[in-house]
Design a binder for this molecule. Structure first.
Ligand code: GLA
Length: 782
């Protein structure tokens, strides 16, 4: 809900409230962002209450520049503002650096008018959150510069039940002289410091979204990407929380951006203990001229607040993404269990091998077969072929159509990999159209994974991609696309833009245009975006792509951090999570099949291991895992997700629940010796309802006991010998299963689990976790 009276603007969601007012000179002054205040405040004029909440200006200090020479107490540097220009006494980082039509950098935007509308205000160039008129409303606040005919419109959209407010701006030049934007962020917000910690999610290839915390110090902290995409280096989303906030306690603010290109988020603590937070398109090599009558719109920034810790914040973000970001056709829709050919095959496959894998995957319960890289002309390694999406004649002599038909005949859907934004120099497309590649004349072109980037600023390139990808999709009847993008951008230059300062943003606009043209007419296709794993895991891509491949690293122990990190900002329904072989390809770590599944099931499940070499016991285990997942798919993909605080650093506990049932995952990294008891807390269920809690039965292979096994047998057998290897292929014990019946209140207090193996005798009431062991617990009401 939005109210505006007496120059006071109140933006309320179910649990949060955001207030600002117009200062006496017309600057929008921030008053409050936090838990919702009592609703009686609306009953009458709340000016008095606002006065109490507002930061005071009663004493004058030195070393300031007063905004008005008659008014020494009004200094922009000491105000909490909703927006601030440059050159009028505010020395904090401004959300905008504009060379104004008068040739100077000074800008001073003052309130002109406002209106409130139901629903979101449509965007012209960028994807944005969607919502109905009853779900959200927008405040449109128009400001005008004091000296030039330049307007800045600030747009706030309030999503009631998601507890989210989005912000963006539009800059419009009404002056006859041009202006040049060097930086224009989507939002700026000033608050009084609460002893904030700043949390970012950083990484690189195969270790995306690692959580990093630091106290906010004097000066400025910048979270930026300059790679051309939102990047695996610094996810655009970040959090600011009270010093002692934890997963379930304390006040926390979250920020994110609906954008897939270079971004910049910052938090600045100034000398007066005011904190400014801003977020938007990165100013890195950005320069955009606006001539008379032209406008520039920024992407939408997303803000949320919770006073129930970081889980509360994540819940808001998750609801927002599930209900307002992903394409409507996929909203709340269960995602298929898929099999992906990449890790088992890489580029080396025949149709016979693929069909064998497909048959095996179908037998185990998978629903979609994804043909990854290597299927098109010239693509037998990563040095050639990108750009030419005609099927490789040696691998598919009759094309892909009959192959896809055969898959469908056996009851599997067909999905296909593309990397449409890229080109290899060794490709027919490059030989015919070398000018399609991004490069700067007079400079050597640098390669990433042996490839160049296609110039998406060029309309002919966009048309080529839309036509060639669209044609293959229609011919094959694919129901799923994995859209990859495997390099950062370099030598950015295009002959199709006015200046190279436009390149990065125009590239992303070009990408969105292509995605719109391909997928809007084909809403039934599930798009999974990928960029060497999670190099473009952002809300912009999610507007087209309901799920994103979280990381090329499927080692479950690393995935605890990657999926755990992403979970602060994005729901499980958006994360591609696969079970692959062990020892793992990138870490060489040996982990139990059960743990690989137990972590992958908190997302959109897939398998990417070589099914041909599974033992009969492993096949039985996978079949049973998939059946388990399908029976709880809605809860695992869309349930309310929580990270539970654990007193032990070698344990991680995740919980996913809906009204009736819950699944908890208990994960151990390094085993300790003779550890104390483990407690499992399952909060949030109905306190008076009786529930049945049960460990999901899972295989315990005797090879896990190593040499110990000979102590259990009447005769000594070589643990690595033929007999035990054969037994291990066909037979497995069932790991300790515990069952309890108790009320929701007792579950919230925590149940004490059976002991872990402590090096003594083993019995089936002992939890055998060891290194990287884990268990799932199901909870259902009785
Ligand atoms: C990237 C992706 C992988 C796979 C390969 C294919 O690395 O992240 O999942 O699709 O490309 O080349």
């Amino acid at each position: 809900m939005i109210t505006a009276a007496n120059g006071i603007f109140r933006l309320t969601t179910v649990d949060t409230e955001y207030i600002f007012r117009l200062s006496k000179y017309g600057h929008p002054e921030h008053i409050y962002y936090g838990a919702r205040l009592a609703s009686s405040a609306y009953a009458e004029d709340s000016t008095a209450e606002i006065e109490a909440l507002a930061p005071k200006r009663t004493a004058q200090t030195s070393s300031i520049v007063a905004y008005n020479r008659e008014d020494p107490l009004y200094c922009l540097d000491m105000l909490c503002l909703e927006w601030s220009g440059i050159g009028k006494g505010d020395y904090r980082y401004s959300p905008a650096e504009i060379k104004m039509p008068d040739g100077g950098f000074v800008s001073d935007f003052i309130y002109e008018s406002h209106n409130i509308s139901h629903g979101p205000l449509p965007m012209e160039t960028l994807p944005a959150a969607r919502g109905t008129e009853s779900e959200c409303s927008s405040l449109i606040l128009r400001l005008k510069d004091q000296a030039c005919d330049v307007r800045l419109t600030m747009i706030y959209t309030v999503y009631d039940t998601a507890n989210v407010i989005t912000r963006r701006v539009v800059l419009e030049n009404g002056d006859s002289r041009p202006l040049v934007i060097r930086r224009l962020l989507s939002m700026s917000l000033d608050m009084v410091n609460m002893g904030f910690n700043l949390i970012t999610f950083d990484g690189d290839w195969a270790r995306e979204a690692q959580r990093h915390d630091r106290p906010l110090q004097y000066g400025i902290f910048v979270n930026e990407s300059r790679t051309g995409s939102s990047s695996n280096k610094h996810n655009p989303g970040f959090l600011l929380c009270e010093k002692d906030a934890s997963e379930n306690y304390g006040k926390a603010y979250g920020f994110n951006l609906v954008y897939s290109g270079n971004h910049l988020g910052f938090a600045e603590l100034n000398s007066h203990d005011l904190v400014r937070v801003g977020l938007g398109v990165s100013p890195h090599c950005f320069e955009w001229t606006l001539n008379n009558g032209e406008r520039f719109e920024t992407p939408e920034a997303v803000m949320t607040f919770s006073d129930t810790g970081l889980n509360g914040l994540s819940r808001n973000f998750h609801n927002f993404v599930n209900n307002h970001i992903v394409p409507e056709a996929w909203q709340g829709k269960e995602r298929p269990v898929l099999y992906n050919s990449w890790e088992p095959c890489f580029f080396n496959f025949t149709q016979g091998k693929l069909m064998l894998l497909a048959r095996l995957s179908k037998k185990l319960g998978m629903e979609l077969f994804v043909l990854d890289d290597g299927w098109f002309e010239g693509r037998n390694n990563d040095q050639a072929g990108l750009g030419d999406y005609t099927p490789n004649r040696r691998k598919f002599p009759r094309g892909l159509k009959p192959f896809a038909r055969k898959l469908r005949g056996m009851g599997l859907d067909f999905g296909l990999w593309f990397e449409p934004e890229m080109i290899n120099e060794n490709s027919n497309l490059y030989r015919t159209h070398p000018e399609y590649a991004v490069r700067q004349k007079g400079r050597n072109s640098t390669l990433g994974r042996n490839q160049l980037v296609l110039d998406l600023c060029n309309p002919s390139v966009r048309d080529y991609i839309v036509t060639s990808v669209g044609k293959t999709l229609d011919e094959t009847g694919a129901s799923y696309v994995k859209w990859d993008m495997n390099r950062h951008i370099s030598e950015f230059w295009s002959y199709h833009i006015r200046s190279s300062g436009e390149f990065f943003h125009r590239y992303i606009l070009g990408l969105y245009d292509i995605l719109r043209c391909i997928f809007e007419p084909r809403p039934q296709i599930l798009l999974e975006s990928c960029s060497s794993g999670g190099n473009r895991f952002d809300l912009g891509m999610m507007c087209f792509s309901p799920q994103i491949w979280a990381s090329d690293n499927t080692d479950p122990v690393v995935r605890l951090n990657i999926q755990g990190g992403l979970s602060y900002l994005y729901p499980q329904s958006t994360m591609g999570t696969h079970v692959s072989d062990a020892p793992h390809q990138q870490t060489l770590r040996e982990t139990p099949l059960s743990t690989r599944f137990n972590i992958a099931c908190f997302g959109c499940l897939g398998y990417e291991l070589d099914l041909r070499f599974l033992t009969p016991a492993e096949k039985r285990e996978i079949r049973e895992q998939i059946a388990f997942y399908k029976a709880r798919r809605k809860t695992l993909q869309y349930g309310s997700f929580q990270r539970l605080d654990s007193p032990k650093t070698n344990k991680t506990v995740w919980l996913c629940r809906d009204k009736k049932e819950a699944v908890a995952g208990f994960f151990q990294t390094q085993a300790d010796v003779s550890e104390g008891p483990d407690k499992l807390r399952i909060p949030g269920l109905d306190p008076d309802t009786l529930y049945h809690i049960k460990t999901k039965p899972q295989n315990l292979y005797i090879k896990r006991f190593g040499g110990l096994v000979k102590h259990l047998l009447p005769i000594a057998l070589n643990p690595a010998g033929f007999i035990l290897r054969t037994v291990n292929r066909h037979y497995a014990l069932i790991d300790c299963v515990e069952t309890y019946n108790c009320r929701g209140s007792a579950l919230a207090a925590g149940i004490m689990l059976n002991n872990q193996f402590m090096g003594g005798n083993y019995n089936n009431k002992t939890r055998l976790l060891g290194d990287y062991g884990s268990n799932l617990y199901t909870v259902s009401s009785i």
